[in-house]
Design a protein around this ligand. Structure first.
Ligand code: SF4
Length: 335
């Protein structure tokens, strides 16, 4: 591993100032960054440790929602009573990812900032990866891409974002609070991640030195009817092939509000607005759910090895909506 400077940030302002220096990375749980550093994928000049800043609170907001500070562990988010009762889809999504040990270390902010697990990105022995080494090419396009994107990819990169948590945040209309050299601002979760375009090395819309302070959830619409479905090659400790976060609000037997997002199909959670719209005004059931599924994969552009994701996505939408409509996620359903 390359030599680097290391120090603890003494305040948010101190971290932001330090973060503007070239080659500086923020360190929180370290569950992704340290692995990448050991493999030589990330080679920062300086690491700023955020763990003495606190930022470990989950609290109700004046608007009736919840604010999750960036340093809260994934385990603490998933197991918090407010999250379990008001935002069960978020709890469910987090608990479907990684392992207990990793969730205990990984933070909410770090979960958003984790990098793709494309094998060509993760291994410096492969020479062609535009995300790791801009301009070098994309080995996945003509190599192994069974797990890669079917939406929003570019000629330069077909990687997916690996987070489960972010897919649930997408249907909850979460807002990310950040602080940078120019002060604080908020970024709706749909505007937080970047599609690869011709700059695949850029994963998100954060500016230089900007630090994630926390994630705000508006008041819950889907406490009674939501589900996170994760389809993967093995039941635990595996990334999704396709995932679906589904939320329904049902009044007098009619869906009056719906939200759907796919995971593992793009470099960001992929919100399904057309499919959501077709659900509203209908009774929850097979007819409505299949109508949504027919629209869900519109615009998909699969590669040679991942065309199965198109069919899998449609079936997964029906399954997730069916579970969301049928039951409230309770403790027995948590993975
Ligand atoms: Fe690199 Fe993206 Fe291509 Fe994977 S898909 S090899 S991350 S450029």
């Amino acid at each position: 591993m390359k030599t680097f400077e290391f120090r603890h940030a003494t305040s948010v302002d101190d971290a932001v100032t330090a973060g503007t220096a070239p080659g500086t990375k923020f360190l929180a749980g370290g569950t992704n960054l340290l692995d990448l550093m050991k493999g030589g994928v990330e080679q920062p000049e300086s690491l700023i440790d955020l763990r003495r800043l606190g930022l470990t609170t989950i609290a109700p907001t004046a608007e009736g929602g919840v604010f999750i500070e960036a340093g809260v562990s994934n385990s603490a988010v998933a197991n918090h009573p407010l999250i379990r009762t008001q935002y069960p889809v978020l709890s469910h999504a987090i608990l479907s990812g990684a392992t207990t040990q990793l969730r205990n270390m990984a933070t909410a902010g770090g979960n958003l900032l984790q990098r793709t697990r494309c094998p060509y990105f993760m291994q410096t022995t492969f020479s062609s990866c535009n995300k790791r080494d801009p301009g070098s090419g994309c080995a996945a396009r003509h190599g192994f891409h069974r797990e890669h994107a079917v939406f929003g990819a570019s000629a330069d990169c077909v990687a997916i974002h690996p987070s489960d948590m972010a897919v649930a945040l997408a249907i909850l209309d979460a807002v990310v609070h950040v602080q940078g050299p120019d002060g604080r601002r908020t970024i709706p979760i749909e505007g937080f991640f970047a599609l690869p375009g011709d700059t695949p090395e850029v994963d998100n819309t954060l500016g230089t030195g900007e630090l994630v302070l926390g994630i705000e959830l508006p008041p819950s619409r889907f406490a009674d009817h939501s589900w996170y479905l994760k389809v993967r090659d093995r039941h635990s400790y595996a990334f999704a092939l396709v995932s679906v976060a589904a939320g329904l609000h049902v009044t007098d037997g009619v869906i009056d509000s719906a939200a759907l997002a796919l995971g593992a199909v793009a470099a960001m959670p992929w919100r399904l607005r057309e499919a959501e719209a077709v659900l509203v005004g209908r009774a929850p059931g097979d007819e409505a759910f299949h109508a949504a599924a027919r629209l869900a994969m519109n615009g998909a552009e699969p590669l040679a090895q991942n065309a199965f994701k198109v069919d899998l996505g449609r079936h997964s939408v029906v399954r997730a909506l069916t579970r969301a409509a049928a039951v409230r996620i309770d403790d027995e359903d948590q993975p």
